[in-house]
Design a protein around this ligand. Structure first.
Ligand SMILES: [Mg+2]
Length: 302
């Protein structure tokens, strides 16, 4: 794990270790709780992308959804575009894609099975332990995703993790035979999900206004996920894919620490353990000396 600024980090950890802290974890789903790739190197699909791979979807849907992906994906990862410019493009992409899904009558059952049956996802190493740790330590763990809530629900159900977290995401409205025809408004995408008031309705946060939030995500927009708790101290952990190595300088402006590629979430659990019981922590973050940079990233830094 790469610490962006050790002084800032020490100050954050000092605050997180205080007595009386009300802690919450707000985590992205796609490529954060899931890995970027399967063990054999195949790309892991996103909660939206996996729907395209279901056998029941039509060729028309797959072609048009893939065309939208090709049209818009580069806006998502272009460091030359402002946050606002990217937000505008993502809204256009998400809106057009959902209209396409409605025109296909994508069903609730299909979405659930895309998450539960198809094997499109790979849980990131350490994710299960992190969620169990939070449940045991009574730390609310919220999944805040601009993907598809029904697909995520299917995956968590399959993995026996559904009871470990609240899912704040895009959920469709369905007609009497279970076909989607609309979506909960406003549409959440990568660059506006931090503004969703739905986060405040998450059952695990109903009786707890956190004083400290740990946010975890792979998109720069994820760094803002504690936005609805403006008084909270926020520790931001970003995950940088190997294909995004060129974005490291930008990630260092958005995140307090960075994990790489398919790296384990074990360090996140250790940060929480340190915050809750610093005497019991097996790994000290007072001097986070272990800095691992993939070769490509080292090259970019040089
Ligand atoms: Mg993500």
């Amino acid at each position: 794990m790469l610490i962006t600024d050790r002084v800032v980090w020490e100050n954050l950890m000092h605050s997180f270790r205080q007595e009386g802290v009300r802690l919450a974890v707000i985590s992205d789903f796609d490529y954060t709780l899931t890995a970027f790739t399967h063990e054999d190197g195949r790309r892991v699909y996103s909660s939206v992308g996996c729907v395209r791979e279901m056998e029941e979807t039509t060729l028309r849907y797959r072609r048009e959804a893939a065309a939208l992906y090709e049209q818009f994906i580069h806006f998502d990862i272009d460091p030359l575009l402002s946050f606002e410019e990217r937000a505008e493009k993502m809204h256009e992409w998400w809106s057009r894609h959902y209209q396409l899904m409605f025109s296909e009558g994508i069903s609730q059952d299909l979405l659930f099975r895309a998450g539960s049956e198809a094997g499109f996802f790979r849980l990131r190493e350490g994710a299960r332990d992190l969620m169990h740790f939070c449940a045991q330590a009574d730390i609310p763990f919220i999944t805040l995703s601009a993907g598809l809530g029904e697909v995520i629900r299917g995956f968590y159900t399959k993995e026996d993790l559904y009871h470990m977290t609240d899912i704040v995401s895009n959920f469709f409205l369905y007609d009497e035979v279970g076909r989607s025809f609309d979506i909960s408004a406003p549409i959440m995408h990568n660059y506006n999900k931090h503004t969703t008031k739905r986060l405040l309705d998450a059952p695990r946060l109903a009786n707890l206004r956190p004083t400290h939030c740990l946010v975890l995500g792979d998109s720069v927009g994820d760094s803002k996920m504690a936005h609805m708790f403006p008084d909270a101290m926020v520790l931001r952990i970003g995950i940088l894919g190997d294909h995004q190595a060129h974005m490291l300088p930008e990630y260092q402006t958005y995140f307090d620490a960075i994990l790489f590629g398919n790296g384990s979430l074990r360090p996140v659990q250790e940060i929480l353990l340190d915050a809750r019981a610093p005497m019991n922590s097996s790994l000290s973050f007072h001097a986070p000396a272990q800095v691992h940079l993939p070769a490509e990233t080292e090259k970019n830094r040089a």
